[in-house]
Design a protein around this ligand. Structure first.
Ligand code: PXL
Length: 282
């Protein structure tokens, strides 16, 4: 048996395993990949609330990345939650000079609370880390924060095509602006801007109450497909098909004593080895 392709995630640990490192690893496994992890932050949370979080030192974060880069044939890398500007700078320093495709999910806040988007973090993303990426996958609020634009999204609707283009042009990388924050008639549109061209990917909005980790899973799927050798133009629609499968087959437990229902994205391995949510790997 040939060894699996290796993929690295640099992100936070989510103890309830819906988001973060745990979501990334499950998504990599689903694609038949060997996932490696460099943990930035330990987040104590459930889907309803972030209780606390603890950053690892920038030195320990760097060391994890360095030993993994030295020891494994890593085919693609993603970053998720980085707890501070020191983390972002440490990751940028550790990845400078590697030619490995890099996907950056600029997590500026956890869905259940906790803000990671200080002005220093935004600055470090814009000047140090994001320029190293092949693609970044912000949602609209994240893209606006990175561009330091203030909009009241309840009353204004900034044009996603212009935001994606502006972010892409200022960084010199491709941008996939995810559309989860503007659902129209049950559909949402992700906007992809790359080298002067805009493409829109429209798909059904699948609402999953009390769940989290969609952004992590989505960017992990893109990273995994890049690791398998697909280019971005193919990886993006394939990752979306995989997301639709993961969301429509999500699961939850009966309520019993708990006051709220917890829904979990289904990243369990499919029965047929080569079938991923309606897409056959070539
Ligand atoms: O979904 C964003 C996210 C990323 N990483 C970690 C998280 C969360 C959200 O809860 O906990 C570790």
């Amino acid at each position: 048996m040939s060894p699996p392709v290796v993929t690295l995630t640099i992100a936070g640990s989510d103890c309830c395993a819906g988001a973060g490192i745990q979501a990334d690893l499950k998504t990599f496994s689903l694609l038949g990949l060997h996932g490696l992890t460099a943990i930035s932050t330990i987040v104590v949370q459930t889907p309803f609330k972030v209780h606390s979080y603890q950053e690892v030192s920038p030195e320990t974060l760097t060391e994890q990345i360095q030993v993994l880069l030295e020891s494994y044939p890593i085919a693609a890398i993603k970053t998720g939650l980085l707890g501070s500007s020191s983390h972002i700078s440490a990751v940028a320093a550790a990845l400078t000079g590697t030619k490995i495709p890099l996907v950056i999910d600029p997590v500026l806040s956890a869905s259940s609370g906790a803000d990671f988007g200080s002005p220093a973090a935004v600055e470090a993303y814009m000047t140090e880390l994001l320029p190293l990426a092949l693609v970044t996958t912000p949602n609209l609020p994240e893209a606006l924060r990175l561009l330091r634009q203030n909009h009241d999204l309840d009353s204004e609707r900034p044009c996603p095509n212009e935001i994606a283009k502006e972010l892409s042009s200022s960084l010199g990388i491709s941008v996939l602006l995810t559309g989860g924050h503007s659902v129209t008639e049950g559909l949402l549109t992700d906007t992809f801007y790359s080298r002067g061209t805009t493409r829109e990917f429209t798909h059904p909005w699948i609402d999953l109450p009390s769940s989290h980790g969609t952004g992590c899973t989505h960017s992990a799927a893109i990273t995994g497909l890049l690791a398998l050798g697909y280019d971005l133009e193919k990886a993006i629609p394939m990752a979306q098909a995989l997301m639709t499968h993961i969301l429509t087959t999500s699961y939850h437990w009966p309520l019993e004593e708990r006051s709220q229902e917890i829904h979990v994205l289904n990243q369990l391995p499919p029965k047929s080895a080569n079938f991923f949510g309606g897409i056959e790997l070539e």
